[in-house]
Design a protein around this ligand. Sequence first.
Ligand code: SF4
Length: 531
Amino acid sequence: MPTPQEAIKTGIGNPFAVREKIEAAAKEGFTSLTEDDKFLAKWYGLYTHRNEPGYFMLRLKIPGGFLSSAQMKTIAKIAAEQNKDFADLTTRQDIQLHWVAVKEAPWILETLKEAGISTLGACGDVMRNIVGCPVAGVDAREYFDASPVLQEASDFFLGNVEFGNLPRKYKVSIAACRDQCQQPEIQCVSFVGAERRVDGGAQLGFDVQVGGGLSTKWYFGQRMNAFVRPEQVVPVLKAITEVYRDALEYRNSRSRARFKYLVADWGIDKLKQAVQAKLDFPLEEMGPYEEPADSYKDHVGVHEQKQPDLFYVGIPVPVGRITGKQMRKAADLAQTYGDGTIRLTVRQNLLLLNIPKDKVAPVLEGLDSVGLNVNGSPILRGVLACTGIEFCRLAVTETKARALEIVEYLEGRVLLEEPLRIHVTGCPNTCAQSPIAHIGLQGSRATVEGRSIETYDVAVGGQLGRDRAFNRFLIRKIPATEIKSRLERLLLEYKRLRKSGEAFNDFCRRIGDEAVVKLLAPPEKPSDRSW
Ligand code: SF4
């Protein structure tokens, strides 16, 4: 068998084969594993912690964010017994557990497996958790319920050796809602619900977008002008993934190994031809396609479902960090008052579905009792944060605690009417999806009076949807302790000067970058500085 590095270069080898070795080594504290074996532990969702030898982060795979109350209780139990009693909800509708002691890993993996939760391919150079619409099947406006297709695709790729060694991580979304909250523009491949007019009638299926991605170089996906029927999704996704897997030129350098570079280099026509050559049916044309102007939707609050008398409750979970007590309570409420259906969103939030109208009040009361309030402020609703320096080896700054500090400060000082997306990311890898935020804060560092301090680079103006735009870096290296007051000034001016109904991005565009920079500039008196 080739070494992992050789396998990565050539596209052969089976990273999943190392499982038994990992399990055996985990019982002895991982001492018998080579560095390559530890690298392959990612294929089981296990990442080493930044500073704590012997501990891992464990990412669970929750396809489409679909979870039952029983599964959530299992996760809460593991969190309580092994993981300092908390978990993090992620931007791929996943859950991450921290402080997993290596010796406990086999027991935890087994417990999760018994609960029907896999960690296989949650990290590593494979297809990551497929994201979808968290209200699939209950949203009155959806084209159709795409969750069975999402599950089928997820099952096909889960632990599939043929696709166990892609050039790099690979991200897919499948959803058929009209709001496009699954963020198709920033996925490697997206199947986006669509309606096509054929012979005067309507046909439902998916429009396909390819080549989106963030990290250090940002790309929006491009439409393939292909219409895919629900039953064609798996073969089309398989064909696209084979093209990526077998393009050996994208294995020469890890920084160029992303699907977005292949799409940018090849162009849609060449990619489409390569995909078509692998299919035994013709790819049909999609034609014109409608997109929402701004696809932001956080599902927070109480909303009617398409099923009569049933509601879903969307709970903002600040920066995605949830305690064991909160998980247990949410699971209990879902089970007692609903049918136990829970969903996770790409905004690091939680939904309880199928709650009868007369049970909404006790659900809200129960959530409130553990500090989960559905009436989160627009600033709290819109905040996202990556793992940051607390656990991530690549981070240069704190993120979650800093984001909460910013939220708490701004909530009391700037009253906004609509959600404001502030995404806090601890390094240029942008795991908190900072490039699509209204205000993206990217961790950096500066030396001040001989001391290295945490700073943030500030970018403004990002959004998805028809009017998609990545945000623009306007000012660099603002000391982390000053960020909240600098943002306060910008947001108060936005409130004071905005035209009726003017969105934050439109306001920034209207006053111009120079004016925004002035509002974010340092306070005039040096004594005002807090570092
Ligand atoms: Fe870590 Fe950087 Fe990703 Fe944040 S953006 S989780 S700091 S790699």
